[in-house]
Write a protein that binds this ligand. Structure first.
Ligand SMILES: [Fe+2]
Length: 374
């Protein structure tokens, strides 16, 4: 570990102080730290990877990368999305390189080994010599694609590269508690906004969403949600904040600003869901690309009975594009600031408004710590 010393990482976590440090800058800039996160956070969690509506038809297949490993998501039947390692069992070629519909077979372009949508190997032509001949003792059924646990919550796809882990339901439990009273089946996709690559570490986008402290300053022209009306949400790995506004406050707010009661919720490590009462939900997909780059997308859902006219959807999109760009500008500057020697100890966190950011960082630290202790 070249640029990441044990003492440098955890000296920041002084439990006896009221005002605590954030994670040191190396946690955001170091390639070594990023690789440890891939192995110990993203490969060991229920990682959020995509949206089921992107795989609407049976046979729709898409490649993705989780913790540096190539995977595929495929809709194998009407109600089932499966995840597999994106690797042919023959010579380990990456099977799928772009989203498409593969009909009923996933075919390796190298030697035409064919797998069905459940990952079973159906043909390995000429492998034993002649067209349908197989080598002695070689059984197709023993050489299917390697499956990765994959679960769906509403429109949201999660995978887990670690086989003995907490159940998906346990993982969702604290979020379900926060969403009590909301029937997610009543919400439909209205728009997807691709932001592409943001020049910031994935944690800074998560931390920025978790804390409400910046909203009054960074989003003063796009939102109308006073800080004092917020409260912190901190329930294990479900972190965020919420704000309750009176109908009077909502009526007085400037037209076109976000001025409704809202829930800003995350599930560690990378699932982000906002509820904007009474009729809107937004979900962010934050996909780490490297220590300093994260890909981001927002999908917006509206209640099925709400106004989904082109005009209404364009208005919603414009608002959220502005809000995200305001956040991206800050997150990119947070990243730049972390290249300074002055940032080594990680700055300070508000014990009131950023305690949930600290909790998020402790989840990261707890995951990484075992690798630094030997
Ligand atoms: Fe923000």
């Amino acid at each position: 570990m070249t640029d990441l010393k044990r003492t440098q990482l955890f000296s920041a976590f002084d439990e006896n102080e009221n005002v605590k440090h954030g994670l040191p800058s190396a946690a955001y800039t170091s390639k070594d730290f990023y690789e440890l996160e891939s192995k110990l956070v993203f490969a060991k969690s229920w990682t959020f990877v995509g949206f089921a509506h992107d795989l609407a038809q049976v046979g729709d297949i898409t490649p993705l990368e989780v913790a540096g490993q190539p995977l595929i998501l495929v809709r194998s039947s009407k109600n089932k999305i499966r995840a597999f390692h994106n690797v042919c069992r023959h010579r380990n070629l990456k099977l799928v390189d772009k989203p498409r519909n593969c009909k009923s077979l996933i075919t390796c372009p190298y030697h035409n080994w064919c797998y069905n949508l459940d990952g079973q190997l159906r043909a390995a032509p000429f492998f034993g010599g002649q067209k349908t001949e197989l080598p002695k003792d070689f059984k197709l059924k023993e050489h299917g694609l390697l499956e990765v646990p994959c679960e769906l919550f509403h429109d949201w796809i999660f995978v887990n590269l670690n086989c003995d882990t907490v159940s998906f339901e346990s993982h969702l439990a604290p979020l379900r508690k926060q969403l009590a009273g909301i029937d997610l089946d009543d919400f439909v996709v209205v728009v997807s906004i691709e932001f592409g690559e943001i020049k910031t570490n994935w944690k800074l986008l998560m931390e920025n969403f978790i804390e409400p402290y910046h909203v009054q300053f960074v989003h003063k022209n796009t939102t109308n949600q006073p800080l004092v009306d917020h409260y912190v949400v901190s329930d294990g790995h479900c972190l965020g904040s919420a704000v309750d506004l009176t109908s009077e406050q909502q009526e007085q707010a400037q037209e076109g600003t976000l001025s409704v009661s809202s829930r800003y919720l995350t599930l560690f490590p990378n699932f982000v869901l906002g509820v904007y009462y009474p009729d809107q939900i937004g979900v962010h997909l934050n996909q780490p690309v490297s220590a300093g780059i994260t890909c981001q997308r927002r999908v917006i859902y509206q209640h099925k009975d709400s106004d989904q006219s082109t005009e209404a959807v364009e208005k919603i999109s414009r608002l959220w594009e502005s809000v995200h760009k305001e956040d991206h500008a800050m997150c990119e500057r947070l990243q730049e600031g972390r290249h300074s020697d002055a940032a080594q100890q990680g700055g300070f966190l508000s014990p009131y408004w950023e305690s949930s950011v600290r909790s998020f960082q402790e989840l990261v630290a707890d995951a990484i710590r075992p690798a630094l202790n030997h």
